[in-house]
Write a protein that binds this ligand. Structure first.
Ligand SMILES: N[C@@H](CCC(=O)N[C@@H](CS)C(=O)NCC(=O)O)C(=O)O
Length: 425
């Protein structure tokens, strides 16, 4: 049975293929600690073993060095996952290649602009959406009469194709977009809800709403100068863009999907709390459209401390932060995952410092007096990575802290200067 060390950054869908395969086979895979993407994989020592400098990369206990996620997944897999006959093996390779050449380029072209790691080009995205639809149609037809892609049990084909589709299901395939692909939806839910998959990726949540392209994200990824001014302008031109309702009919629930879905339709815990006098939407409008010199005094004038509370959050693992744009993606990711909190919450989180010397902290204001995250399973992905302190609205220090995060000024505890901020609204 294979055993060794896997080099990767966290949440790498390619590494997931390997780690899930290992869950099935019992292979002992240790993920390298202290791996810093862009740094460790460019070191002389790493390049000697893995000359291309890419991850995931695997070094077995007996010194075999492997790159290419499919090859590593094959190496750590068991006979069942690899296919039992030549026919099955060939079909599995067909699906691995299908994932890499028919799904992955379309997924990257659709998803990366939404995450702010690639510029947006309308034509490229349109073409990618067509490619995505073609691939999904092919899969949907194949899965019409089959539970799994090859044979009667899960193989590397299922693991690899599902992991390659993961970002699309997470960020793009909202209910109405995935509605035509019910067989794929059912199969995908089956794969991501296997205990071996959950052990690696946690509970997977299908997109409720496709992420919208936000030009600010890419600008921030580039670390552009004068971003705040630019953002103010964009905010004025596109007020409340984020709050637009999705168009079109709601998805007809598919019985199989419903049975398999680990997607609890939770009610919003804020709904049960008294609304008080603070009009969150009105404040958000004011903050989006007015200068902070207007919106910040407005906040303090209207804030209702009886029904709302203010919380300070500090990221626990600042020493692991590397590139500024990656840290900013960490904040955006948290905000996306907290989507359902938007209704009665507002936040501002900032990155202080620069590449390899930075920290993340921020403030949230939400309805109620308790820490909101434990109230809903949807809100619990990130919050344990932060320490949360309730702030006393009467304390002048609270006002100073909140104002720094609303104006995007000041420094962190170590004196690192404000670099970039993100608003949750
Ligand atoms: N085909 C390879 C692709 C690996 C790959 O592109 N890895 C990216 C990160 S996901 C990487 O390490 N890039 C670093 C670089 O290009 O320098 C696989 O499936 O493992």
């Amino acid at each position: 049975m294979a055993s060794g060390t896997l080099y990767t950054y966290p949440e790498n869908f390619r590494a997931y293929k390997v780690l899930i395969a290992a869950q099935y086979s019992g292979a002992q895979i240790k993920v390298a600690e202290n791996f810093v993407f862009g740094d460790s994989n460019k070191s002389k020592e790493f390049l000697q073993k893995f000359p291309v400098g890419k991850v995931p990369a695997f070094e077995s206990k007996d010194g075999l060095c492997l790159t290419e996620s499919n090859a590593i997944a094959y190496y750590v897999a068991n006979e069942q996952l690899r296919g039992k006959s030549d026919k099955e093996k060939a079909e599995i390779i067909q699906w691995l290649d299908f994932a890499d050449s028919e799904i992955l380029p379309a997924s990257c072209a659709c998803v990366f602009p939404l995450l702010g790691i690639m510029p947006y080009n309308k034509q490229t995205v349109e073409n990618a959406k067509e490619d995505m639809a073609r691939a999904l149609n092919a899969l949907n037809t194949h899965l019409l009469s089959k539970t799994y892609l090859v044979g009667e049990r899960i193989t590397l084909a299922d693991i690899s194709v599902a992991m390659t589709l993961m970002h699309l299901y997470q960020y793009v395939l909202e209910p109405k977009t995935r509605q035509p692909y019910q067989n794929v939806n059912r199969w995908f839910q089956t794969i991501v809800n296997q205990p071996q998959t959950i052990a690696v990726i946690g509970n997977f949540k299908l997109a409720d709403k496709a992420l919208e392209y936000d030009p600010k994200k890419f600008a921030q990824a580039l670390g552009g100068k004068g971003k705040k001014e630019k953002e103010q302008k964009e905010k004025k031109e596109q007020p409340k863009k984020e709050q637009k309702k999705p168009e079109g009919p709601a998805e007809e629930p598919d019985a199989a999907e419903a049975a398999l879905a680990a997607e609890p339709k939770s009610s919003n815990p804020f709904d049960a709390m008294p609304k008080g006098t603070f009009d969150m939407d009105d404040f958000k409008r004011c903050y989006s459209n007015e200068d902070e010199k207007v919106s910040v005094p407005y906040f303090w004038e209207k804030f209702d401390p009886e029904h709302y509370s203010i919380w300070f959050g500090e990221y626990k693992y600042n020493q692991e932060l590397t590139k500024v744009f990656m840290s900013c993606n960490l904040i955006s990711g948290m905000f996306q995952r907290l989507d359902k909190m938007r209704k009665a919450a507002f936040g501002s989180f900032c990155l202080f410092g620069s590449d390899n010397n930075s920290s993340i902290s921020g403030v949230f204001i939400w309805r109620g007096q308790e820490l909101a995250f434990p109230l809903s399973p949807d809100w619990q992905v990130d919050y344990e990575s932060y320490t949360w302190t309730k702030l006393d609205p009467k304390d002048p220090k609270t006002k100073e802290t909140v104002n720094n995060y609303l104006f995007w000024t000041g420094t962190d505890k170590e004196g690192r200067k404000f670099n970039q901020g993100k608003i949750f609204k």
